[in-house]
Design a protein around this ligand. Structure first.
Ligand SMILES: Nc1ncnc2c1ncn2[C@@H]1O[C@H](COP(=O)(O)OP(=O)(O)OP(=O)(O)O)[C@@H](O)[C@H]1O
Ligand SMILES: [Mg+2]
Length: 384
């Protein structure tokens, strides 16, 4: 045994322990705060200043209520009252605001501290930033909703196929009657029947095309490796929303060199969804515009050193435009400004996912009251 090692006194041990404890609180990865019975903040650790953007002095001069979002103040007061009564609250989700006003979702654990007479004197709370967890939860909900939509699309496609085959068959049988009527010299009825049969056959073809698209959609989560012509994909997407375009009296202006193709590698049905979402949003945004127009332009992107050759496709409208407060949210899942039941807010988030899965990027430029342009860049097809 080494007799030279000095044995620390009790006071020294206590001081060292207090120092370690202080350091632990200070560097703890979650906010630790203590507030008095009026809600005045009396202690915060370093994480609080980092996350909320206030200095320690600013925080120590504040009431804890100033940190919560105003819209949840009633809930905060109830939580505070419950904490005083029950002594602790565990795993409560809430929202605090940083100095800029940005909402931060947090999970709170709180303990009440009482004096010797049982009087409530202060709280001690741990606030965990759960933005990442929330984001992950949203992605999971989003993914499972997409899977459900895919399954539904596949069921609908299957259920429509059989009655559609019957409609087509009767159409053909009726077409056979036309020549018989003509042979009997009944030109008037033959003409009427011919018009009706043409209507049935055209509608059946349209339904068949839609069913095929639904089927493709349900498979569209698979990564594609097809040779896709963006021009054709744009035309297919326009076909799919013909109704919306016609109803909205929307003019479509195509701007690309005649006869040229714009090949990319990927999934035609996924890219068709991209354009459908963009056209559909453009139509919605131009509901109040006197001459609604969608401009579509495809051309090679300007060459840039170190990056592969890309196509750039601009989809412009002259609709309501998107305000600066909204523009940073539009690609987030479930963000919509459309009324309840009108939009899911998934369109642009799916669109961006698909474009990125194809090695591309999407950006937006918008002027309120003038219109919006979405630009999609996608790598050109290169033979391997
Ligand atoms: N061309 C546009 N002009 C003006 N606002 C747009 C345009 N495109 C998108 N937006 C805005 O972005 C929001 C999000 O669009 P997104 O396509 O993701 O969802 P949505 O259209 O609201 O719902 P869904 O696509 O499910 O019908 C829209 O609610 C709208 O406010
Ligand atoms: Mg949309």
């Amino acid at each position: 045994m080494n007799d030279n090692i000095p044995i620390p006194s009790r006071t020294e041990i206590r001081r060292a322990s207090a120092h370690i404890f202080e350091m632990l609180l200070e560097w703890f990865p979650d906010i630790i705060q203590s507030v008095d019975s009026d809600g005045q903040i009396i202690y915060v650790n370093r994480k609080a200043t980092d996350l909320l953007g206030y200095t320690r002095d600013e925080l120590l001069g504040m009431n804890v209520r100033d940190l919560y979002a105003p819209e949840i103040m009633e809930k905060v007061e109830k939580g505070f009252a419950k904490l005083k009564d029950s002594g602790n609250l565990a795993g409560i989700e809430s929202v605090v605001c940083d100095k800029e006003g940005t909402r931060i979702p947090v999970e709170i654990r709180s303990f009440a501290v009482y004096d010797n007479n049982g009087k409530f004197v202060r709280t001690f709370s741990i606030l965990r930033d759960i933005r990442d967890i929330k984001e992950l939860q949203n992605t999971l909900i989003h993914t499972s909703r997409l899977a459900a939509i895919g399954e539904l699309a596949s069921c609908i496609a299957h259920d429509i196929s059989n009655p559609l085959a019957v409609v087509k068959l009767y159409g053909e049988l009726l077409a056979g009657q036309i020549s018989q009527l003509r042979a009997e010299g009944d030109e008037e009825n033959a003409g009427r029947l011919a018009d009706a049969v043409e209507g049935v056959q055209k509608s059946a073809e349209k339904i068949e095309k839609l069913v095929n698209h639904l089927r493709d959609f349900s498979r569209s989560q698979e990564a594609g490796n097809e040779l896709v012509d963006l021009r054709q994909t744009v035309e297919d997407a326009l076909f799919m929303i013909t109704n919306k375009i016609t109803k909205g009296n929307v003019e479509v202006v195509r701007n690309w060199p005649e006869g040229e193709s714009f090949y990319v590698r990927g999934s035609a049905s996924q890219l068709e969804q991209v354009f459908m979402n963009l056209f559909s949003n453009a139509c919605d945004a131009m509901a109040e515009v006197p001459e609604p127009t969608i401009w579509i332009q495809i051309e090679p992107a300007p060459a840039s050193e170190g990056s592969p050759p890309m196509w750039v496709c601009n989809i412009s409208d002259c609709g309501s435009g998107i305000g600066p407060d909204h523009i940073e949210n539009i690609f987030k899942a479930f963000y919509t400004t459309k009324g309840k039941g009108k939009g899911t807010g998934l369109g642009l988030s799916i669109t961006r996912n698909i474009v990125r899965r194809h090695g591309g990027e999407i950006s937006v430029n918008s002027v309120v009251g003038k219109g919006t342009t979405f630009s999609i860049q996608l790598p050109c097809w290169v033979d391997e």
